[in-house]
Design a protein around this ligand. Structure first.
Ligand code: GLN
Length: 451
């Protein structure tokens, strides 16, 4: 049924870069066989899932939205993909994304944009617009995403879906094509909070292949949703992110959701996080710095594309020609920014300062969580904008991440839950909750209560 749905609507939505087709049907038959053999399978066994193209998949193309990886077929599954397969979920295919997960609109994909199913003239968010659009358009009930600065939560906000960035280290990054290793985290994109919880229960857990993976066992997130109860829960509204810069309808739905939680027994208090306003500046130095190092492996020798200049060339010339043809403009911009920020003489002024700001943001979280159990913010400043609107203005695109980036800088978990439609344009709005590191269950409790 989902393959049929993809065939019917993906021509217009373009959520998928690759559809598994026959292989998905064979996988489904295999799950039936495992079930018939009495193998204990989890609650999600047999459920199809879309996979963001940033995760490598054995025998299935994996491009991270880039030309430079066109035609590359990985020999292994990323750990989250392996885990969903073991639990009996059925990968439906790979979803579109901004190239190497750089962007907030999926317009930076080398394979053309994805369109928001709510309004095909608008962006589905980014970088994981394909996963969110697939779920919103009923092409897949569940999807996997990656969130380095909001790429799960902001697409969820603009498509009326649920998106979760787990605690840094909760889900293995093994087999996730790295953008910024100290910020990247894999997580669920779904239509309900319970679905997200069930999926997080499948993908979380220690992995010896990822040295930053948390070794401790996790409580059940699904239990947190099923027993949702916000009585006595202290919810802090971040003053700096409840301001004039946010669209009126986004703020209206945000406050209505808070009122609802208050009526269910939560206590709403205002908190201040004065350093959050510097998050974007710090992030757009730290991310390019780490990305410029991570992307150095695309050298024309090991993976994907190789462009040889006419008449041949030295190794260096082949590398340069390959990168010139294989990387898009946003990727080149960030590589240049990152190598500059890391270069001798500028390192302390840029990268060093950004790391200090990162510590200040972490301290803001510590101070806030000394007073409240979770924080609440609108997930993003506006509803879905039109394709092309911010494409030629990188700064405007970056500013869209103001509410999502602090969580990545601090490694804390965040969820975006649908909060209705903005009255002025009828487009979806999300409310974001943030919790201390390792307290992901608090997000599922409060999200579950809203659902
Ligand atoms: N918009 C952010 C960026 O462009 C989000 C990236 C992400 O989470 N992958 O860096």
């Amino acid at each position: 049924a989902h393959l049929d749905r993809i065939a019917a609507v993906d021509g217009a939505v373009h959520a998928f870069l690759h559809v598994a087709g026959e292989r998905a049907l064979a996988d489904a038959a295999e799950v039936d066989r495992r079930r018939a053999a009495g193998e204990p399978l989890g609650e999600l066994a047999g459920v199809p899932i879309a996979v963001k193209d940033v995760l490598v998949t054995q025998g299935m193309p994996s491009t991270a939205g880039s030309r430079i990886l066109e035609g590359w077929v990985p020999p292994y599954d990323a750990t989250p993909v392996r885990k969903v397969r073991e639990a009996g979920l059925i990968p439906l295919g790979k979803t579109n994304m901004d190239e190497f997960a750089m962007g907030s609109s999926t317009e930076h994909s080398a394979y053309g944009p994805t369109f928001n199913p709510w309004d095909l003239e608008r962006i589905p968010g980014g970088s994981g617009g394909g996963s969110a659009a697939a779920v919103a358009a009923f092409e897949a009930p569940l999807a996997l995403g990656s969130d380095t600065g909001g790429s799960i939560r902001q697409p969820a906000h603009v498509t009326g879906t649920v998106g979760v960035k787990p605690t840094y280290g909760a889900v293995s990054r093994y087999g996730s094509i790295a953008l910024a290793s100290s910020l990247d985290q894999i997580g669920p994109v779904t239509r309900t909070v319970l679905d997200a919880a069930l999926l997080q229960d499948v993908i979380a857990g220690h992995d010896p292949h990822d040295s930053t993976s948390i070794p401790d066992a996790w409580p059940s997130m699904a239990e947190a949703v099923r027993n949702a109860d916000v009585r006595g829960l202290r919810i802090g509204v971040v003053k700096e992110l409840d301001s004039e810069g946010f669209q009126a309808g986004v703020r209206q739905r945000f406050h209505e959701a808070l009122d609802l939680l208050e009526r269910h027994g939560a206590e709403i208090v205002e908190v201040s996080a004065p350093n959050f306003e510097h998050s974007i500046a710090a992030y757009y130095l730290i991310l390019p710095a780490e990305a410029s190092s991570n992307l150095a492996k695309f050298d024309s020798v090991r993976f994907g594309l190789r462009v040889t200049p006419e008449g041949g060339g030295t190794v260096e010339q082949v590398m340069a020609a390959t990168r010139e043809a294989g990387f898009g403009p946003e990727v080149k911009r960030r590589i240049i920014l990152g190598t500059y920020a890391l270069s001798a003489g500028y390192y302390d002024a840029y990268y060093g300062s950004a790391q200090k700001v990162r510590t200040l943001v972490q301290r803001d979280f510590d101070a806030a969580f000394a007073k409240v159990d979770v924080l609440a913010t609108p997930t993003a400043p506006t509803t879905a904008f039109k394709l092309g609107e911010k494409l030629d203005d990188p700064l405007a695109m970056y500013l869209n991440d103001v509410a999502t980036i602090p969580a990545n800088l601090a490694g804390v978990p965040g969820i975006s839950v649908p909060a209705g439609l903005a009255p002025e344009d009828g487009l979806p709005v999300g409310i974001q909750f943030l919790a201390p590191a390792r307290e992901d269950a608090r997000l599922y409790n409060v999200g579950g209560a809203l659902e």
